[in-house]
Design a protein around this ligand. Structure first.
Ligand code: SF4
Ligand code: SF4
Length: 368
């Protein structure tokens, strides 16, 4: 977290044909001060859903692990289980999916660890230091293996997100470093509206709910509020549009994301760095399969110790790009926000208000 008027964001562009791995080494050297020799280092990364292609590839993660080891750190590659019941719902399922996607100890040169335990509830509660914008999130449960580490390097594949507008470092920290309870607490901000008159009693949502929160009574779906974990899975499986996202929910969700990030980052203070990869920028998150068409050409890599500045710089670089293919008519700025029907700056402004970093930054172009 920076106290400077403008934060430094280091940028390695892909447009000049220079060596990618050399660029990554240069960027890492700019933020390597966050770790000390002997530190355990959580390398936070989304290892992709099985069937998707637009996630950070294992050789990139390997490169970062090698650089951490060279700097004297002890890296492990980590993420947490999901709220929704696909291929990463438990730690065992996640490790199997990770291996299919190419993430193993052999491939990345470090242990691969699911940080919130087998079922996704292992963690430590910390206070969210303060609240703005009527957010009620005042505590967050950090996944235990992330809580217990000395230092964190957050590697983020920058992309769109159907609820948050985009997924950058703020979201990677907020949703990706916490247990299921705290994922649910953030998603509660966008609990679906229900129009039960549309329900035909097909039962698909009942079968899909991993938490037993839905049942059929007289051929109509009934929701048990107490059991619902707000994973949104029913929203996507219902063929009759019974569930819908309420007005303002996407903006509220972003406010909650920023507060969750504040809670997680309070654990690390200055011992955390963020590296955003602006490549394979698809409209929705790494959980969605298939991944979809790229929105803009590949841009490059950004590194900073300021989570706000690195995400703001990422959006600004995307705004300077020409959208591709079916996205060609979308006008800049906030291309990902327009695709996903919200304002991407909500999470950035809120994170700034919470003191997580600066929206103003110096972009420092790097050569290998
Ligand atoms: S009711 Fe819907 S949102 Fe709630 S846990 Fe079940 S599938 Fe998820
Ligand atoms: S999936 Fe939709 S239509 Fe089918 S039972 Fe659930 S709410 Fe009703």
């Amino acid at each position: 977290m920076s106290t400077r008027e403008k934060s430094e964001v280091f940028f390695f562009p892909y447009d000049e044909g220079r060596a990618f791995l050399g660029g990554l080494r240069t960027l890492f050297s700019k933020v390597a001060d966050v770790l000390s020799a002997g530190d355990s280092v959580a390398v936070k990364v989304h290892m992709g859903e099985y069937g998707g292609s637009a996630y950070l590839q294992p050789p990139i993660v390997r490169r970062v692990c090698d650089l951490i080891k060279k700097a004297g750190g002890k890296p492990f590659v980590t993420d947490t289980t999901t709220l929704y019941p696909f291929g990463r719902f438990t730690a065992s399922q996640y490790l199997a999916t990770a291996a299919r996607n190419g993430f193993t100890q052999e491939s990345v040169g470090a242990p691969v660890v699911i940080a919130d335990g087998e079922q996704g509830y292992d963690g430590e509660w910390v206070a969210v230091p303060r609240q703005v914008s009527d957010c009620s999130l005042n505590k967050i449960k950090i996944a235990s293996r992330i809580f217990g580490t000395d230092c964190m390097v957050v590697l983020t594949h920058l992309k769109g997100h159907e609820l948050a507008s985009f997924g950058g470092s703020i979201k990677n920290v907020a949703m990706g470093c916490v247990t299921k309870e705290s994922k649910a607490a953030q998603h509660r901000a966008n609990r679906a509206m229900i129009d039960i008159s549309r329900c035909n009693g097909c039962g698909q949502c009942v079968d899909a709910c991993a938490f037993g929160a839905l049942s059929l009574v007289e051929e109509k779906m009934v929701l048990d509020d107490e059991k619902c974990m707000d994973c949104s899975h029913c929203l996507y499986v219902c063929p009759e549009d019974v569930y819908s996202v309420p007005p303002g929910a996407k903006e509220r969700f972003q406010v909650y994301l920023a507060h969750a990030a504040a809670g997680v980052l309070s654990r690390f203070q200055s011992k955390v760095a963020f590296i955003n990869f602006i490549q394979d920028v698809v409209p929705m998150c790494d959980c969605v399969t298939p991944s979809g068409f790229p929105v803009v050409p590949d841009i490059g890599i950004l590194a900073s110790t300021d989570v706000v500045a690195v995400d703001k710089a990422s959006l600004d670089l995307i705004a300077q790009s020409r959208p591709l293919g079916k996205f060609a008519d979308i006008r800049s700025p906030d291309i990902l926000g327009k695709i996903n029907g919200t304002d991407s700056l909500v999470q950035i402004r809120t994170a700034h208000e919470l003191g997580l970093g600066n929206m103003a930054y110096e972009l420092e172009r790097q050569k290998t």
